[in-house]
Write a protein that binds this ligand. Structure first.
Ligand code: COA
Length: 332
């Protein structure tokens, strides 16, 4: 068997501050009933003050390295997936690297939104299979709350996003079959306009004006129904496809860890695949949509909660802005 890789340890960090739907209803024209019915979300975590995704990621990264039984100095590459980078440049991977005291190792940002962690995992897997690195830290971390429209105009987007960080240490697989089996990564740039943040942008001169801010172009824009439709149309075929690619079928799948964008999306995908609630993990009710962080956080919860055992077949899958979508299949 050729050299493979596996997830050796996971970590999570979410801010302490809980923001309930009722809290949001005090500042926006919304209600607990509307948010729960349309999205499944009851509450989310938001940072307080000036906290960026690199700061959120630090405890998650340290936890993942410890869970892997490694020292921080064993990490040779940091891959940081985020759509809410601390700065326009340099990347959050460099900021996290400095926080961890790993100055000198390779560090790179991944800008693939809700699919970012999966693109990161696939990149880590490829580097390890190729023999370039032994241990790669893959992080998904987001601070949405400082960039949401807190007026009624932005209520569709504002109620769904939460802040949080998830991290995984990926290293060589030394235990037979226990390895990442493969990935199925996709993008369709023709769908850029259904979910985006327009300003500031280097394609505009100037990049940001008072008029743009008045129009709310510095807040995320989302055509919710179009995104919803893409997710329920693409994800079942994606999951079936990656299983088939590896000579496996749905009956053999032990757990689906979907991106947490909307509980209704995940329920529809599960129904389309004939997967019962015991085969799918959802935590959006408590955390909202944490974009690149959602899959590693949900996976970590599944492992901690005993829902993933050695040898289990686990599928991670998600879709988000770009559009980008993807899945990874793991023999745990
Ligand atoms: C955002 C989302 C929950 C909206 O639900 P929806 O059923 O599509 O609702 P619509 O956008 O059609 O809006 C329905 C009504 O609710 C209103 N509404 C929107 N947000 C609201 C809110 N937070 N509270 C109360 N009402 C709201 C709309 O203004 C609209 O009112 P109208 O009928 O008077 O025009 C849903 O489309 C969704 O989750 N899409 C996928 C989003 C996603 O996955 N994004 C992240 C990708 S990673």
């Amino acid at each position: 068997m050729d050299r493979g890789s596996r997830i050796l340890g996971l970590g999570t960090y979410v801010p302490e501050r809980i923001v309930t739907n009722d809290d949001l209803a005090e500042i926006l024209d919304t209600s607990d009933e509307w948010i729960r019915k349309r999205t499944g979300i009851s509450e989310r975590r938001w940072v307080e003050g000036d906290v960026g995704p690199a700061e959120l990621a630090e405890p998650a990264a340290r936890q993942a390295v410890a869970a892997a039984g490694l020292e921080l100095s064993d990490i040779q590459l940091i891959l940081f997936a985020t759509l809410s980078p601390d700065l326009f440049f340099p990347g959050s991977a460099c900021l996290l690297q400095d926080r961890l005291g790993l100055n000198g190792c390779a560090a790179m940002d991944i800008r693939n939104q809700c699919t970012g962690f999966l693109y990161g995992l696939a990149t880590a897997d490829a580097f390890i299979r190729a023999g370039l690195y032994e241990h790669v830290l893959v992080v998904g971390s987001e601070v949405h709350s400082s960039g949401l429209d807190m007026s009624d105009r932005g209520r569709d987007v504002t109620v769904i996003f939460g802040d949080g960080a998830g991290a995984a240490v990926v290293g060589p697989s030394t235990e037979g079959d226990r390895r990442i089996l493969g990935h199925s990564l996709h993008a369709d740039g023709a769908l850029v306009d259904i979910l985006k943040l327009v300003a500031p942008a280097s394609s505009m001169n100037p990049r940001l004006t008072a008029e743009m801010m008045e129009q709310g172009l510095h807040y995320p824009y989302m055509e919710g129904r179009a995104v919803f439709k893409q997710a329920v149309q693409l994800l079942p075929g994606l999951i079936r496809g990656i299983l088939t690619q590896h000579g496996l079928d749905l009956d053999q799948l032990d757990l689906l860890v979907p991106h947490q964008a909307n509980l209704r999306i995940n329920e529809m995908v599960a129904r389309a695949l004939g997967l019962g609630p015991d085969k799918v993990i959802n935590n959006i009710q408590r955390l909202g949509n944490t974009t690149a962080a959602s899959i590693p956080i949900a996976l970590h919860e599944a492992v901690e909660g005993g829902r993933v055992k050695p040898g289990d077949l686990v599928c991670l899958a998600g879709l988000g802005a770009g559009m980008t979508w993807g899945a990874s299949l793991i023999r745990w």
